[in-house]
Write a protein of this length. Structure first.
Length: 271
């Protein structure tokens, strides 16, 4: 009987592989509890200054919800494996994270609650929004920046995007890339990312056929890029980001007449 019990213990020990992230999962829980405490506290006192008149009785509303993400930023990890990325995102010293990681075989890791703020966009701007992390979901795709994206990954991505779009009512135009919101710093998700296919499924805008179209003589390319959302601080970087997303190649020269026509058609989606 003793031998059988011993064998049973050995079998159990070897069949349950320990979670290599159990220590960092504990840190996650602890951090989430701190935020839960902040959320459950009544409004902050920090607004009060001598010039503001305080009420004799505080009143808290009964009518509220959670703030929701309104954009999805797509990245490639620029790393060599999903495991490497998960390790990066679970080391406090790196100060980087995302909400979702999609591995090459299509496996999905949901590493942060969608209502919390991931550190994925960094210094970034889209339209007048200069706090992209506060308003977006970060989706990282395991890709070293040179390989094409696997069918399994893209199928998982479509599933994630369908969920996010429906759950948070995210506008079609607000599915964009890291290079769009940080054109001077970031190249991802890169020229191999299939933006046109995404757009056909309702994630991101695309342009209509330009055949036979004539652009107005007063068409202003900078105005069009601004309307779409680009931060025009560094124009060569913006031309490069626009080309990477909508034309599938990199070049930071001024736009050609053909490219301007595409930009003009694309702008129509934003008006
Ligand atoms: Zn990125």
């Amino acid at each position: 009987m003793k031998v059988i019990s011993l064998l049973l213990i050995i079998v159990i020990l070897f069949s349950c592989s320990p979670n290599p992230y159990s220590a960092t999962n504990k840190i996650y829980k602890k951090q989430a509890r701190i935020f839960a405490k902040i959320l459950s506290s009544t409004p902050t006192d920090s607004i009060w200054a001598d010039s503001l008149k305080r009420p004799s009785h505080n009143a808290n509303t009964t009518n509220f919800g959670m703030r929701k993400p309104n954009m999805v930023i797509i990245h490639f990890t620029a790393q060599n494996s999903c495991e490497q990325t998960l390790q990066t995102f679970t080391k406090p010293a790196t100060q980087v994270s995302a909400h979702y990681v999609i591995c090459k075989d299509g496996m999905l890791q949901h590493i942060l609650n969608d209502y919390l703020r991931a550190w994925h966009a960094g210094v970034a701007k889209w339209g007048n929004n200069n706090d992209i992390n506060s308003t977006s979901i970060g989706v990282e795709i395991d890709n070293n920046g040179m390989d094409s994206f696997s069918t399994a990954q893209l199928n998982t991505l479509y599933g994630v995007l369908a969920f996010l779009k429906k759950e948070y009512n995210i506008p079609t135009a607000n599915f964009i890339g890291h290079s769009d919101v940080a054109p001077t710093r970031k190249p991802d998700p890169g020229i191999l990312f299939p933006w046109k296919s995404l757009s056909a499924k309702g994630y991101g805008n695309w342009y209509a056929d330009t055949t036979g179209k004539v652009i107005p003589v007063d068409f202003n390319t900078l105005y069009a890029l601004k309307i779409i959302g680009y931060d025009l601080k560094d124009l060569p970087a913006v031309y490069r980001a626009f080309r990477m997303h909508f034309l599938g190649y990199k070049n930071d020269a001024e736009l050609t007449e053909t490219e301007k026509k595409i930009l003009y058609m694309l702008m129509q989606q934003y008006l």
